[in-house]
Design a protein around this ligand. Structure first.
Ligand code: IPM
Ligand code: MG
Length: 357
């Protein structure tokens, strides 16, 4: 099969980690008889430096013409400390989400037995926790208008807007996930305060009868923040709006013990995007120390969701499990005897040849 992949490496450690994922994708393709075609494109601070635009039209075109996008990271401290910067790398990510219609961000949260000791939570709390967080990605306060400042500069406002159709499509997706899993769906909102949350609840309640096998529960976001820490194993599929999802998925990601391990998929109307959930980690950029596993696992999601090639995805997950079990890992996981980013990538690619399907 021909796989057309756009590679948007972006900023910071983005180029190093996507390079490792490409080694692994190539190894999988060699073994399973696929032909990958890569097209690189600019995004983030590097794109601002070269073109003035963090998501240039040319990049969008390449994404639209590809079957999947492998995304590294964006963000640069030069912009973070300048509140007056008019263009920001993050704007590139938001434009990409909007233009590709990526309304759903899917983040599987899983624990790795060999890493339980790295979790900030007690082993008995975190053991076996395994859920999927589905975050709405193109609506809510991130995109609502008006947004801005008053003329005197002393007042600022953001607007949270949701339309029923936006809620409905993401809730349907969440039901589909629940049907393929343990059939439990938690919707997180703030319906005791927010009008948008009440529309979310109403919409969810009107869909629920079409999925009688799925048990639906509603949870306020403050309570959810607490329960993710106290009892992560209780969740199966969690669905929520854009900003709550941003916050809760970072929280959920650390219970696994390393932010460097969790992949994500953003899917919607056009080409899907696969990216690690950690950021650009500027302190590590160019040092060959960053953990490539989240990006490699994002490539597994790419095989599964974009190409419908589940066996290929499993090959990748198997070699990642082995690297963790055998300690072929970067310094965030093993500060005593770490391998470099590229050594981990080479090792994984070589192991793809010998795992069993
Ligand atoms: C994420 C990030 C982005 C977001 C930032 C970089 C704009 O935190 O993908 O979760 O808030 O959505
Ligand atoms: Mg975030």
């Amino acid at each position: 099969m021909e796989l057309k992949i756009a590679v948007l490496a972006g900023d910071g450690i983005g180029p190093e980690i996507t390079a490792q994922a490409i080694k692994v994708i190539n190894a999988v393709c060699r073994r399973m008889g696929h032909d990958p075609y890569y097209r690189e494109a600019l995004v983030g601070a590097v794109a601002i430096d070269k073109t003035g635009d963090p998501y240039p039209e040319e990049t969008h075109k390449i994404c639209m013409e590809s079957d999947a996008v492998l995304f590294g990271a964006i963000g640069d401290p030069r912009f973070d400390n300048d509140p007056n910067a008019t263009v920001r790398p993050e704007k590139g990510l938001l434009s990409m989400r909007r233009k590709l219609g990526l309304y759903a961000n899917i983040r599987p949260v899983m624990t790795f037995p060999s890493l339980l000791h790295k979790s900030p939570l007690r082993k008995d709390i975190v053991e076996g926790a395994e859920f999927v967080a589905i975050r709405e990605l193109t609506g809510g306060i991130y995109f609502g208008r008006p947004q801005g400042r008053s003329e005197d500069g002393n007042t600022a406002y953001d607007t949270c807007v949701y339309h029923r159709y936006e809620i409905e499509r993401i809730c349907r997706l969440a039901f589909d996930f629940a049907m393929k899993r343990r059939k439990k769906l938690t919707m997180v909102d703030k319906a005791n305060v927010l009008a948008t949350s009440r529309l979310w609840r109403e919409t969810m309640q009107s869909l629920a009868p079409s999925f009688p096998e799925v048990e639906v529960e509603y949870m306020f976001v403050d309570n959810a923040a607490m329960q993710i820490i106290q009892w992560p194993g209780r969740f199966d599929v969690l669905v929520t709006e854009n900003m709550f999802g941003d916050i809760l998925t970072d929280e959920a990601s650390v219970i696994t013990g390393s932010l460097g391990l969790l992949p994500s998929a953003s899917i919607g109307m056009h080409t899907s995007v696969f990216e690690p959930i950690h950021g650009s980690y500027p302190q590590a950029a160019g040092r060959n120390i960053a953990n490539p596993l989240a990006t490699v696992l994002s490539a597994a999601l790419m095989f599964e969701y974009a190409f419908n090639l589940g066996a290929e995805a499993d090959l990748i997950r198997q070699v990642v499990d082995r690297s963790l079990a055998e300690g072929v890992v970067t310094e965030d996981i093993d500060p005593v005897k770490p391998e470099s980013t590229s050594e981990v990538g080479d090792w994984l690619a070589a192991r793809i040849e010998d795992v069993t399907t």
